[in-house]
Design a binder for this molecule. Structure first.
Ligand code: PGA
Length: 290
């Protein structure tokens, strides 16, 4: 694992842009793995700038996003906005090459929202099992849309290229994608119950008045298969999560087992890290900027 500490979110994102440009230049078939949320917006802006100045052309690349809210297509719209619309014409990722887990299901001609899913799950207990927050739909599931959901998550998982640079943010309790506390490190793309803290932190995503308590997410195991995971975090709100990632135990700490993980953070995010812990980090990993 490599840990790079920067004075500001701008410098952190610039370093991310440079790393991604280098990687893409080296391998014309390398894909991207996208994250949503606020953290990577600066990075996407810098990638669009690189395309403006002729340094980058993503028109032949593919991107696989981490997750989507159940009953919404919000992250699909985010993906198109930041990786296609905000790029100069013909230089962004083609819409057909932007992949986001499907969150929109219809049952009896209605969008299946969170409360309907609650009902379906209550009435069809034999169709799934719970493993922490993971809702694992069984191979023999009978309910039509649960069956379809299982099929879609399997297809998404299979389509994920190993050769991808996986951009990651981190949630306040340490989630990557929507792998909440209690998710198995080996999980694959699945339906999950969101943590209360996630629903609270992402309140602005529900300004349409429809709160969802479920999401479809790549699993921690799916993320670990990516050739190069780069996690970005800045600001004191992420201090606890970053401590968990670097020395503690939270969903993101699985990334310590990946030899090529890059952690790009700002100094303020480290907070009150004890100097003995910093020494341990320096001994164990490649650390710059500290
Ligand atoms: P944020 O979200 O970048 O908006 O802070 C990160 C996450 O929840 O993974």
């Amino acid at each position: 694992m490599k840990i790079c500490v920067f004075p500001s979110a701008e410098q952190m994102s610039k370093a991310g842009q440079e790393l991604i440009l280098r990687e893409l230049k080296e391998d014309p078939s390398l894909a991207l793995g996208g994250a949503t949320g606020n953290t990577p917006k600066l990075l996407y802006g810098l990638l669009a700038q690189a395309a403006e100045s002729g340094q980058l052309d993503l028109s032949q690349r593919q991107i696989w996003f981490l997750d989507e809210y159940f009953g919404k297509d919000m992250y699909y719209k985010y993906a198109i906005n930041f990786l296609h619309n905000k790029f100069p014409k013909g230089k962004g990722i083609a819409v057909k090459n932007i992949h986001v887990p499907n969150g929109m299901y219809y049952f009896e001609s209605q969008i299946v929202h969170s409360e309907i899913l609650d009902e379906v799950l209550k009435k069809n207990r034999d169709d799934y099992e719970m493993k922490g927050p993971e809702v694992l739909i069984k191979p023999g599931a009978k309910h039509p849309f649960l069956k379809q959901l299982r099929k879609d998550t399997k297809t998404y998982e299979k389509s994920l290229p190993l050769e991808r640079v996986q951009i990651l943010g981190i949630g306040r309790e340490g989630h990557i994608g929507f792998n909440e506390v209690g998710t198995s490190d080996k999980s694959r793309t699945h339906l999950t119950v969101l943590a209360d803290s996630t629903v609270e932190a992402n309140a602005e995503d529900f300004e349409d008045g429809i709160v969802t308590r479920y999401a479809i997410t790549q699993g921690s195991g799916s993320i670990m298969k990516a050739y190069l995971p780069i996690l970005f975090a800045n600001g004191v709100k992420k201090t606890e999560a970053v401590h968990g990632l670097l020395i503690g135990d939270n969903p993101a700490s699985v990334l310590r087992k990946h030899p090529n993980t890059h952690v790009f953070i700002t100094g303020d995010t480290l907070g009150e890290f004890k100097s003995a812990d910093l020494d341990k980090l320096r001994k164990k990993y490649e650390v710059t900027g500290l």
